[in-house]
Write a protein that binds this ligand. Structure first.
Ligand code: RP5
Length: 164
């Protein structure tokens, strides 16, 4: 296992699936679990410790509402934790965003934007790439394709607008 992805509820999965797919596209060995900071605290702690022992290099933890999960995961591992605040409930992710980004000093969580599981996955890939040249080469290719796509769209817009 290279990355452990944890979500607070199965209702979170639709917002996380794109991140999981991206990790799979990079060939990353990822384990995905539903574990809650509040509803399954012991199982959550046990999994994080077991995942670190099994070689997980990065954790992605996603939750909505009060969103303590990323901080709780970080409390049980020294590996980097990327928190994904999810849009849920009346505040639509603003509560989760503040919970994830405002960790007290000493136990950091790297926060991405609300529902931005793809960026969490990419950040995890970048961390793995520090020690894995194959993953780094895949990242180079990913960035190249992304650049080409944007330049192509610009070209199409210029053509549509009749710009010489
Ligand atoms: C959080 O509460 C979960 O991460 C989810 O975003 C939210 C609602 O969970 P469910 O009531 O849908 O299980 O812990």
């Amino acid at each position: 296992m290279q990355v452990a992805m944890i979500m607070g509820s199965d209702s979170d999965w639709p917002r996380l699936e794109a991140g999981w797919e991206l990790l799979r596209e990079f060939g990353i060995d990822v384990s995905v679990r539903v574990l809650s900071a509040h509803r399954t605290p012991a199982a959550c702690a046990d999994f994080v410790q077991a995942a670190e022992a099994a070689g997980a290099q990065v954790f992605i933890a996603a939750a909505g509402l009060a969103a303590h999960l990323p901080g709780v995961v970080a409390a049980h591992t020294r590996r980097p934790v990327i928190g994904v605040p999810l849009a849920a409930g009346p505040l639509q992710g603003q509560d989760a965003l503040y919970s994830v980004v405002q960790m007290p000093p000493g136990v950091p969580v790297a926060a991405v934007g609300i529902d931005n599981a793809r960026n969490a996955a990419l950040l995890a890939v970048e961390i793995l790439a520090l020690a894995n040249s194959n993953i780094d080469a895949a990242l180079v290719q990913y960035r190249r394709l992304q650049t080409e796509k944007v330049l192509k769209k610009d070209e199409q817009l210029q053509a549509k607008l009749g710009v010489e």
